[in-house]
Design a protein around this ligand. Structure first.
Ligand code: SAH
Ligand code: SF4
Length: 359
């Protein structure tokens, strides 16, 4: 047995805590993340899967994502659609086109539409509000937005138009790294956006990237603990994948799939009752099949890409993104198959947060 292996007492205590929805300490989280002993890693995966089943059930909720514009006013260093990337063909779907795409989701069993884009100011408060209202009027879909930073008043207006949920990652809890990678953003302002959304009663998702340059394993432990402290309804995490047309193109060492899955599993242990998607970045080349594994190691949500096929090549936040050559109903059938082979079911109803009874 290697010196780094986890003791049986540690495992029993961890198990007892997480099944009672008690937090783990930073040191405990670091021990879980560091342990590479196959026996321990299998135990961790098994526990994360049991915690997911106990708190969230066996249903996998589907959120169909429409990446409706790749215009962005910002220049985040890691992102392939950052403003200064001139090698990208920019596109913006019309409101009619987005609504039509949303309507097509319902017969496929998808109950939530996620509207995501760069920070495209053409989709201002009013135009986005009109889009939300139309989707709410013409479908029964829950609406999740992922449009970046806006002021509280705008979030409130979008909530009043019918927005159910909002996703905005804090990306890293390391302030220095956050500052270095976000020329347009401020860490406190980002956290304020998240707190505003919670406060407005919008179900709020946030999360982080694994392996951003300059971050350590302790930073990941803080990221996981911050998710708990923010009492997030949804937690989206995934590997950072260097994009060739960004300032971070040369970042050499990337975290392996195995490590990213361990981070996901520990995130589940510390956040037993949050929705956690198997994000597309888990499937990015060369990690084919990573989303399947994520669903077996703590995740309970799947986000089929519903962006019309002709736009997908132009929405690569990172290279090697899965499913850019597929499209439409094909994605829904593939999703059904992925869930079937795991012996899980597709969630019925909107799949709202289970944290607060107020929804
Ligand atoms: N503009 C919005 C939504 C689009 S970006 C926003 O910034 O919130 C959505 C997410 O993609 C980001 O939060 C970031 O975590 C992720 N992302 C961007 N570039 C990435 C990269 N190179 N590797 C992995 N994830 C990336
Ligand atoms: Fe724009 Fe979001 Fe990419 Fe930043 S992460 S450049 S805000 S799309």
């Amino acid at each position: 047995m290697s010196e780094d292996s986890l003791s049986e007492i540690f495992k029993a205590e961890t198990e007892s805590k997480v099944l009672r929805n008690q937090s783990l300490s930073e040191d405990e989280i670091v021990s879980l993340l560091m342990s590479e002993e196959p026996r321990d890693v299998n135990w961790l995966y098994d526990l994360a899967d049991r915690v997911r089943a106990r708190f969230m059930g066996d249903a996998v909720f589907l959120r169909g994502i429409i990446e409706f514009s790749n215009y962005c006013r910002k220049n985040c260093f890691y992102c392939g659609i950052r403003r200064d990337n001139r090698r990208l063909k920019r596109y913006r779907m019309t409101v009619d086109e987005i609504v039509r795409t949303a309507i097509e989701m319902e017969p496929l069993g998808i109950t939530t539409v996620v509207l995501q884009s760069g920070e495209d100011m053409r989709f201002n408060r009013d135009l986005t509000g009109e889009l939300i209202r139309r989707i709410k009027a013409e479908t029964d879909l829950a609406v999740t937005l992922s449009l970046g930073e806006r002021n509280r008043e705008t979030y409130e207006y979008w909530r009043d138009c019918g927005t159910d949920r909002y996703l905005i990652r804090f990306e890293t809890s390391n302030r220095d790294v956050f500052r270095a990678l976000h020329p347009d953003d401020d860490y406190d302002k980002r956290l304020n956006c998240i707190r505003n959304l919670k406060d407005l009663g919008v179900q709020t998702g946030s999360g982080f990237m694994i392996g951003l340059p300059g971050t350590t394993i302790e930073d990941i432990a803080h990221d996981i603990l911050l998710c708990r402290e923010l009492n997030l309804d949804m937690i989206g995490i995934g590997p950072f994948i260097p994009h060739p047309d960004t300032p971070l193109s040369q970042v050499g060492k990337r975290p392996g799939l195995e490590f990213c899955l361990r981070v996901l599993a520990v995130t589940r242990l510390v956040n037993p009752d949050a929705h956690i998607p198997a994000t597309t970045a888990f499937d990015a080349h060369p990690h084919k099949g990573g989303r399947q594994l994520a669903l077996q190691r703590g995740a309970n949500v799947f986000m089929p890409n519903m962006t019309p096929q002709k736009y997908r090549q132009s929405y690569q936040l990172y290279p090697g993104k899965a499913c850019v050559d597929e499209g439409g109903a094909q994605c829904a059938y593939c999703t059904q198959w992925r869930i079937d082979i795991l012996g899980r079911t597709i969630g019925e109803g909107p799949g709202h947060t289970i944290k607060l009874q107020k929804f």
